[in-house]
Design a protein around this ligand. Structure first.
Ligand SMILES: Nc1ncnc2c1ncn2[C@@H]1O[C@H](COP(=O)(O)OP(=O)(O)OP(=O)(O)O)[C@@H](O)[C@H]1O
Length: 740
């Protein structure tokens, strides 16, 4: 069955000592319901009071006995009851915490007249021992101090005391190698031993404490019970810790030597705070390894130990902030549950150099082998040896890993029941890997390995990032290439489309030309056809021929163009451009230059004289409504049969060669000559477009009133002498028009 125990907190306010101002700012209050709390004014705002409730609060009047009887003796009972009842309680830890001069040493050690928790606890253990009947009990004591983060044995002569290494066996239990463990058989024996050890502890005078502890002191009493009937040995352990107090060097007036001690003290206490904080946060990594103090107290904080934290408080305004800090630490600590946790040791190599690497399948439980050489030399490995190492009395850690399958010797732990390890193991999440083999490594090697692993990881991540960057770059280039290809494809598609369109137009044009040419071959038939067409159809057909003629003339095919213009004239014989010159010529008017707007004349002249034809530039089109108003009044009415006209192709020219200011008399003359034989309706239809090029439908004009103004040309007269009116034109002119 898994047990979990919260760290119990007790607060103790010491009385004012000589030289201190009486300050009743910090108070202990007890409620009727049994709850008690400490109230502390905020040093920055004394009207603000902070209250800290704890189950055990002791004011200045509380005696050493009060504290021991209420909070410590029950733990002594647990040590024994746990062992006897098989509850597997291995360790009970009591530690005093507080600022320098707050009364920690007084509480733990006390004086001759006011003995503290340590002598009282040992006495209580002996008392309980005497009550045992079935078991043979033995007690052994070890006492060490952590001075500037180094461990020293306080039970050996100070001059000979070397620094002791902190180790961890394969079961994950932390111990101090070569730490002496001295059996005691009576309280008196302990007192002598303890009195001698106290003298070895590092103490110095500061401004705040005449005998200020410069180290953390841990006294451990191992209780071993042997059952002769069952040949079984059980053990329990009591750790009693007197911590050094945090120090403000300004207040303590420390010299450089004291300041170095103070720095070490403050650092280890800071790590202790970090461990408590990490435990409260449920962090996966608890920084136990960051100081020897936390490493050795690992089992008391988050381990399987039952813990009691006594917060020592000093009255007086100058300690106010430290008091608050201590109480805050206590509040955080009381939430810690002592139970197996996964801590940083699970992620780091644990074995030590003096342990041989052994590879063996995990399920097999191996017997203890290869005891630590140094431990052996000091007589460790046997629980009841007269001077055994504290390997066995070191604070066990609730390391789940390979406790059950450990092959690493635990010399001093041989008297411990293996069941607790199995019990703790059962509480470990299955995801926690169980180590099956160990490798001997020094701390330096471990650090190097970690550094190498970190470097490898950093390199791997950098490589990964670089690969991702290259991949993104390649994808970007691919996208750009695809966009470029798409853009080119679009352009090419447009070009193809345009080429296709122009080809289509060309084909269409050629087809139409062929049709027209075919019709041209049948011109004689068309002449008769003219007579049966309506005026509108005639004009449409005429326009189509004009467009075709223009197209050919522009290509230089003048002969064909000429024929087409003549054909056009057949359909629109009254067209000014087509007939004006011939009419002039017929009347014997002054001859004009061939470079006129009459294309038939111009082309005929060019063909006859073998000259190139240069068509006159097109004139800009005038606004139709203006034209209708100012120059021409049309009167038309569509009627008759609309013969399918040849599909004329507009060349875009819109000539209006009539000017209201020019040749008004001539216009009337022409009209009288050209329109005399035609009905007004047909005449209007023919006059819709004066040059026969426009395909637009002309606006309606008033019937019978047509006004056409021929242009006056400034062409030289000589050219006209060579000109002859086209035969077709003459023929068409002689032909009477008929409205259908
Ligand atoms: N409950 C108490 N009753 C009477 N005197 C006390 C009490 N607590 C502490 N004192 C006295 O206060 C002074 C400082 O106490 P102590 O040395 O125990 O403080 P500390 O917290 O251990 O200091 P440091 O951290 O510097 O070792 C001592 O002279 C001690 O006798």
């Amino acid at each position: 069955m898994a047990h979990s125990y919260k760290v119990k907190i007790a607060a103790r306010l010491r009385p004012t000592i000589a030289g201190e101002l009486n300050d009743d700012g910090v108070k202990i209050e007890h409620k009727e319901d049994g709850v008690s709390f400490i109230s502390v004014p905020n040093p920055r705002d004394i009207t603000q009071i902070f209250k800290f409730p704890f189950t055990s609060c002791y004011d200045q009047s509380a005696s050493q006995e009060d504290i021991f009887e209420k909070d410590v003796r029950p733990l002594i009972d647990i040590v024994y009851s746990g062992v006897v009842s098989g509850m597997h309680i291995l360790t009970v830890t009591v530690f005093a915490y507080g600022v320098t001069s707050s009364g920690k040493t007084h509480t733990m050690q006390g004086t001759k007249s006011q003995p503290g928790i340590i002598p009282r606890a040992v006495e209580a253990l002996f008392e309980r021992q005497s009550c045992l009947q079935r078991y043979q009990a033995s007690l052994a004591v070890s006492y060490m101090e952590i001075y500037k983060d180094e461990v020293y044995d306080l039970l050996v002569t100070r001059d000979n005391a070397p620094k002791l290494p902190v180790r961890e066996n394969d079961a994950g239990q932390v111990f101090v190698a070569n730490l002496s463990s001295i059996p005691i058989e009576s309280v008196a024996e302990f007192d002598r031993l303890y009195a001698r050890a106290m003298k070895s502890r590092s103490v110095a005078s500061t401004n705040l404490n005449r005998a200020s502890s410069r180290s953390h002191a841990i006294l451990t009493v191992v209780v071993t019970l042997t059952d002769p009937a069952e040949n079984k040995t059980l053990s329990g352990k009591l750790n009693l810790v007197d911590l050094a107090g945090s120090e403000n060097n300004k207040m303590t007036g420390n010299d450089p030597s004291r300041m170095a001690e103070s720095a070490a003290i403050n650092k280890s206490l800071s790590v202790l705070g970090q461990v408590v904080h990490a435990l409260n946060q449920g962090a996966s990594r608890i920084p136990y390894r960051n100081s020897k103090l936390t490493r050795l107290l690992q089992d008391a904080l988050g381990g399987s130990s039952i813990g009691l934290l006594i917060c020592n408080l000093a009255p007086g305004i100058k300690f106010r902030q430290d008091t608050l800090n201590t109480l805050n630490f206590a509040v955080r600590t009381k939430n810690i549950e002592n139970k197996p946790v996964v801590n940083e040791k699970d992620n780091r190599p644990a074995p030590k150099p003096h342990f041989a690497a052994v590879h063996q399948p995990p399920p097999k439980l191996a017997p203890a082998v290869l005891p630590v050489a140094s431990s052996s030399s000091s007589g460790s490995g046997i629980a009841c040896s007269s001077r055994q190492s504290l390997t066995g009395s070191g604070i066990p850690i609730s390391r789940p890993s390979s406790a059950a399958g450990s092959r690493v010797p635990r010399p001093s732990m041989a008297h411990f029941n293996s069941a607790p390890s199995a019990s703790r193991l059962s509480q470990i999440p299955p995801s926690v890997p169980v180590r099956s083999a160990t490798v001997a490594l020094t701390d330096k090697e471990i650090d190097e390995r970690i550094a190498r692993a970190v470097e490898a990881e950093v390199a791997r991540r950098l490589e990964e990032r670089e690969r991702e960057r290259e991949k993104e770059e390649a994808e970007r280039r691919e996208r750009e290439e695809e966009d470029r290809r798409n853009a080119e494809g679009e352009i090419s598609a447009k070009e193809k489309e345009q080429a296709h369109t122009s080809t289509e137009l060309e084909l269409e044009l050629r087809q139409r030309l062929e049709e027209l040419e075919q019709k041209l071959d049948n011109s004689s038939q068309e002449i008769e056809m003219v007579d049966v067409l309506s005026p509108v159809s005639r004009k449409r057909t005429g326009r189509a021929y004009v467009a075709l003629a223009r197209s050919h003339s522009e290509k230089g095919n003048l002969q064909l163009a000429l024929e087409l213009y003549r054909k056009a004239e057949t359909y629109v014989p009254d067209n000014i451009k087509l007939k004006e010159r011939s009419a002039d010529w017929l009347r014997g008017l002054p001859r004009r230059a061939p470079l006129s707007d009459n294309r038939i004349i111009e082309i005929e002249w060019a063909v006859k004289n073998g000259k190139p034809f240069q068509p006159s530039p097109k004139k800009p089109r005038k606004h139709r409504t203006k034209k209708a108003k100012s120059t021409t009044k049309h009167s038309t009415r569509g009627g008759g049969i609309d013969a399918p006209p040849p599909q004329a192709i507009s060349d875009g020219s819109h000539h209006n060669e009539h000017s209201p200011k020019k040749g008004k008399g001539k216009e009337k003359e022409n009209l009288s000559a050209d329109t005399s034989n035609r009905s007004p309706k047909r005449h209007a239809a023919e006059m819709l477009d004066d040059d026969g090029d426009s395909l637009e439908t002309p606006p309606k004009a008033k019937r019978g009133r047509v006004s056409v103004q021929p242009e006056v040309s400034e062409e030289p007269a000589e050219a006209w002498e060579q000109w002859e009116p086209p035969a077709l034109m003459r023929k068409a002119r002689r032909r009477p028009t008929t409205d259908v």
